[in-house]
Design a protein around this ligand. Structure first.
Ligand code: MIG
Length: 799
């Protein structure tokens, strides 16, 4: 195993001088006098791809990460030459390729350096495996910051860290522990207020070193494959992240219920236990939309079977739960029990669908069912077969979602916790060993699962959740952060992991609320739910080998806090759905670390705890016991304290007082926050008003509300409703302009507008230039207005 870049290593080889170049369409080939070739492709004016070969030719170009529907095309491409370098110019960047040694420097159009090779591309031949360890090193300036890389359990800014990407079942992982479940070899660099991104699309074990080994050097390398990376220019982090997300793909909208609260445990069984848990949620009036069945629902852990003793009639149970608003989600693991009597095993064996060792026999490994074989999900025929297996679960029984676990892949009782590296994979017609396929195995399983669940759920939307993932997995599934622990430190980790996943293109993510391993105190559980309701995916889960972790496992105060915060999440569903829509449309991360929100403010560069939920709500969890508040950084701008409605100016660190049933939440001045009434599950209630919380600001602010049928695919045919509110506050006057788009007609007929922070008394109100009757006495008591939906301009005139 390689644990450092070994930059001085005598076995390192370097490219020699360029002898010729060839321009073909969007690509330029730089041939050296050895057998190194660099292929530089201009995908967009702000995105360049660099591929290096040391063989004199390029192998088949294939990637699981890249989305076929990504946008590409550039406006301008010019190639020039000086004595020292070739220059490729687009309308956004200049890229110089040095003739002597193939090193790269990238500049903005004003010739400010964005990113420069240090040693640049170099490699070491690995005779053991018959390939190269491919390496890249870049110079790094003082003050440069680094973000991204998926699920890393470490500080937000990766400066000074080294990380390893190798999908691993890391039970009860610790802070800074490496590697973890997911592999997202993408980072954002921020230097001199300019952001750029690097996506190293290489599925072998990879490492990234951010000025850890050497102070002013950032490097990344892989234990095989090609040096193949994408450079994305910002200059805003927003541009980098949305471009990366477009490159690796965006999901479809989940059904709205999937944004509700989910309850899980290892395991709820038998049926009576599942029913009890569901009923208790309704009794205590804590909203909940989904309940999970962990591995014990199966017959001897055989996927696609049911334990008939615990679940004599799954179809009846699932439909009874559904009648009470609960969607049933079941776990499916990759290991298929070796059992001649088991139909899934027999069929896969007959069709030769299992992974094989290099010398021929099927790969065997122990997981929950005992000895198993493992489908080769990298074979499209196998994926198709796997998708078909979901027919009974989804179409007949009525299961609404599937949970893919153990897909790193995890194997028990072996030191490396996974497959032997010689195992063969189809890799969609590019046969290879597990060294190359390991990091995408879980992704391909989730992909096959998604296609199956979607096929049988149609015309409704599927729901899938996975533990392992590679870049691009967001196209198919949501995810959770794996087996965390009920400790305060893990609450800190969960907060960072989910923010980091959001800026790594894979935002539909949450942690096991309360912690998977060990028992949380009531206080820790309460603090965790207070954070968890602001995560895109919101589920309590626990290993069940300690006490219970349903809200009622704790005292009355914690139950009330849970209800209060889950209620808040359900009220904010239209806001959450709108952020999801901005994510699928534009790749905008649903949670924004402060540095993403305001990269120009260097105070944000090392912040970890505070984040922006959507575009306009600032949240900061309480991460310590016995806290009656905390210090936090308020980013620049005007913010209302959600609990007190006090207006404060940001750009400073302050102390915020909170009670046990609060965490610091601030709403951006000018925002219009849409809310639904509290429902026990999505779709429980019909209502005639959309609530709009409007926070006055002097000046302008824009807010959006996206709605549709909450499930199904009509939204793709234009049946959605997009409201955009432009508020404009003046000293004695507030104008709200509303613009509507889309063909979906919402069921409610009115808006209930709650006005916060209005600095004047209302004299009169005009809607579309007509005065309406206005009862100022009533308003002074209630502070809201009810108006018919569909106005163009609401004018509130002060005295
Ligand atoms: O080896 O299915 O991360 O969420 O409850 C443990 C049992 C297997 C690990 C998952 C966890 C799940 C558990 N699984």
């Amino acid at each position: 195993m390689i644990t450092n870049t070994e930059l001085e290593f005598k076995g390192n080889q370097y490219p020699s001088k360029i002898v010729s170049i060839k321009h073909e369409g969007d690509s330029v080939y730089f041939h050296t006098d050895g057998s190194v070739i660099l292929k530089l492709t201009v995908l967009r004016d702000s995105m360049l791809r660099f591929r290096y070969t040391t063989k004199g030719y390029f192998s088949n170009d294939f990637s699981y990460a890249i989305d076929k529907s990504q946008l590409h095309g550039y406006n301008f491409l010019e190639i020039t030459e000086t004595e020292l370098y070739y220059q490729v110019k687009t309308s956004k960047v200049l890229c110089r390729i040095f003739k002597l040694d193939l090193r790269i420097s990238i500049f903005d159009l004003n010739e400010n350096v964005i990113l420069e090779d240090e040693l640049g591309f170099h490699w070491e031949e690995s005779y053991e495996y018959g390939g190269n360890i491919v390496k890249m090193s870049k110079s790094s300036k003082d003050g440069e910051c680094f973000y991204g890389l998926g699920d890393k359990a470490t500080q937000m800014n990766l400066k000074g860290k080294r990380v390893e990407n190798f999908a691993t079942d890391q039970y009860a992982f610790g802070k800074d522990q490496e590697p973890l479940y997911k592999v997202v070899p993408f980072y954002v660099g921020l230097q001199n207020k300019q952001a750029y991104g690097i996506f190293f699309d290489n599925t072998f074990r990879t490492y990234f070193d951010f000025c850890h080994e050497r102070r002013n050097v950032t490097s990344f390398w892989a234990e095989g494959g090609e040096m193949n990376y994408y450079f994305i220019y910002g200059p805003n982090m927003h541009d980098v992240v949305t471009t990366y997300t477009d490159l690796t793909g965006k999901p479809e909208l989940p059904p709205l219920w999937a944004l509700g609260y989910h309850q899980c445990k290892w395991s709820y069984y038998p049926e009576s236990n599942v029913k009890e848990v569901a009923a208790k949620f309704r009794e205590l009036q804590i909203p909940c939309d989904a309940i999970y069945l962990d591995i014990d629902y199966m017959e001897g852990f055989r996927c696609f079977t049911w334990n008939k003793e615990y679940f004599p009639d799954p179809k009846r149970m699932v439909s009874e739960l559904a009648a009470d608003g609960f969607k049933t989600i079941v776990i499916i693991d990759p290991g298929i029990k070796i059992d001649k009597e088991y139909s899934v095993y027999k069929e896969a064996l007959e069709k030769d669908f299992f992974c094989k060792r290099a010398d021929g026999p099927y790969m065997k490994g122990k997981v929950w069912p005992g000895e198993c074989n493992f489908p080769d999900y990298t074979n499209p025929v196998v994926r198709e077969w796997w998708a078909g297996l979901f027919q009974e679960l989804i179409s007949d029984i009525g299961v609404k979602g599937v949970w893919n676990d153990m897909n790193e892949p995890a194997v028990m009782e072996v030191p490396n916790k996974t497959f032997p590296m010689d195992v063969r994979h189809d890799y969609d017609g590019n046969p290879c060993s597990h060294r190359k396929a390991h990091n995408i195995y879980g992704m391909q399983m989730a992909r096959a699962t998604y296609h199956g669940v979607k096929r049988f759920s149609y015309p409704k939307r599927p729901f899938v959740i996975t533990r392992s993932a590679y870049s691009g997995t967001q196209r198919y599934t949501s995810s959770w952060t794996g087996d965390n622990v009920a400790t305060w430190e893990h609450l800190w980790i969960a907060n960072i992991q989910v923010q980091r996943m959001c800026i790594s293109g894979m935002g539909f993510t949450g942690s096991d609320i309360g912690g998977f391993a060990e028992q949380p105190s009531g206080e820790l559980y309460a603090r965790w739910i207070q954070l968890g309701v602001f995560h895109p995916f919101c589920r309590t889960h626990s290993s069940g080998d300690h006490g219970n972790q349903e809200p009622w496992a704790f005292d009355e105060e914690v139950i009330d806090i849970t209800r209060k915060f889950v209620n808040l999440r359900y009220q904010l569903l239209p806001y959450l759905y709108t952020m999801f829509w901005q994510y699928i449309e534009e790749g905008i991360p649903m949670l924004k670390p402060l540095v993403y929100f305001d990269q120009e403010d260097t105070q944000t560069h090392y912040r970890n705890d505070e984040f922006i939920f959507g575009n306009q709500i600032l949240v900061c969890p309480i991460l310590e016991p016995n806290s009656l508040g905390r210090r936090m950084y308020i980013p620049r701008g005007q913010w209302y304290n959600y609990w007190t409605n006090e207006l404060i100016s940001g750009g400073k660190e302050i102390w915020v007082d909170t009670k046990f049933d609060q965490i610091p939440i601030f709403v951006k001045a000018g925002a219009v926050i849409p809310k639904y009434p509290v429902q026990q599950y999505v779709g429980e209630l019909e209502f005639d008003e959309l609530i709009l919380d409007l926070y006055y600001k002097e000046g302008k602010e824009k807010s959006f509300v996206y709605e549709d049928a909450q499930d199904g695919y009509d939204y793709k045919k234009g049946r959605f409703s997009l409201l955009s509110f432009q508020t404009n506050g003046k000293e004695k006057d507030l104008i709200i302009q509303l613009h509507q788009e889309g063909k979906y007609s919402t069921n409610y007929s009115k808006y209930k507008i709650n006005l916060f922070g209005l600095p004047f008394k209302i004299k009169e109100i005009e809607i579309d230039n007509e005065k309406i009757s206005f009862d100022s006495k009533a308003f002074e008591k209630l502070n809201y207005l009810i108006v018919d939906k569909g106005f163009s301009e609401l004018h509130i005139i002060g005295k």
